[in-house]
Design a protein around this ligand. Structure first.
Ligand code: ACM
Length: 267
């Protein structure tokens, strides 16, 4: 069995939710694939200057953009993953999370809140409280992590221990290392990883100029780069993977990667 992934590398315009959403939907509806992956914060853009600014575009899980994604996923029988700024109401007041959704067949099946916040995100967002989970969709076991989670090998490892065949990794990368590091994350967990990044540049009122590094990619369990997108321009590529390849963690007749762990010594 194979599944076709679509990597949708966009250039979100800061705070232009309607425009960013429309461009993403246009690509999804004109591309033949089964699982579509959009970047982190694909709706809003990234470089917030204050919590007030973030609050103006953060959304509850019930919102009109999701309504359209739910409808498209149901009509087409597909799954769509991407990032957004989530507004949650708590007893202690509003909280804002850097979140990623997985919408499949008309349902919100995953709402993951980014565990490891990067740089100024730590000022405006609350660290995620969902942890890492894996869902099965049409026989494919799918896990989600967001961008800087890559710097913590525990994220990909937790998803792999939970049974992921493929890790979807919406990103807004600004450092030059991740695309190389994911080679190791895929190899050491024997899992597919689809990192979908954005392009373009944003500057916030603190003077941080952030250039996003594109080069979205899929790495296979044996460390092959199955597809790599351009560094500077929007693009979309599809790639077919066989998720069953990630099921066995045996790399030879003696070594099973996950069974061979010695957690009692990992202190
Ligand atoms: C990042 O986590 N957006 C670098």
């Amino acid at each position: 069995m194979t599944v076709k992934l679509a990597l949708v590398q966009t250039h979100p315009r800061f705070l232009a939710l309607d425009e960013n959403h429309r461009r993403a939907i246009d690509v999804v509806t004109s591309t033949d694939a089964e699982i579509y992956v959009l970047p982190e914060l694909y709706l809003s853009g990234y470089a917030f200057s204050s919590t007030d600014e973030l609050a103006r575009v953060a959304l509850p899980t019930s919102n009109r953009y999701f309504d359209e994604l739910l409808a498209v996923s149901k009509d087409r029988g597909v799954a769509i993953c991407g990032g957004y700024a989530e507004a949650a109401t708590t007893d202690a007041g509003p909280r804002y999370y850097n979140s990623a959704f997985l919408i499949a067949d008309g349902e919100l099946t995953v709402n993951y809140r980014k565990t490891h916040l990067f740089f100024r995100e730590t000022q405006f967002f609350t660290p995620g409280d969902t942890g890492f989970s894996v869902i099965e969709w049409r026989g494919v076991r799918v896990g989600v992590m967001i961008c800087f989670d890559w710097f913590y090998p525990e994220a990909a490892r937790a998803l792999s221990l939970a049974g992921a065949d493929v890790i979807l990794h919406p990103s807004n990368l600004v450092l030059p290392y991740c695309q190389k590091a994911m080679y190791a994350r895929a190899l050491e967990n024997h899992v597919f990883i689809a990192t979908v990044n954005r392009v373009g540049r944003e500057t916030n009122s603190h003077g941080d100029g952030l250039t996003f590094t594109g080069a979205s990619q899929v790495v296979s369990p044996s460390g092959e780069y199955l597809v790599t997108l351009p560094v500077e321009s929007e693009d979309m590529r599809t790639v077919e993977i066989d998720p069953s390849v990630a099921r066995s963690k045996k790399i030879n007749e003696f070594n099973d990667l996950l069974a061979g762990r010695r957690p009692e010594f990992y202190r």
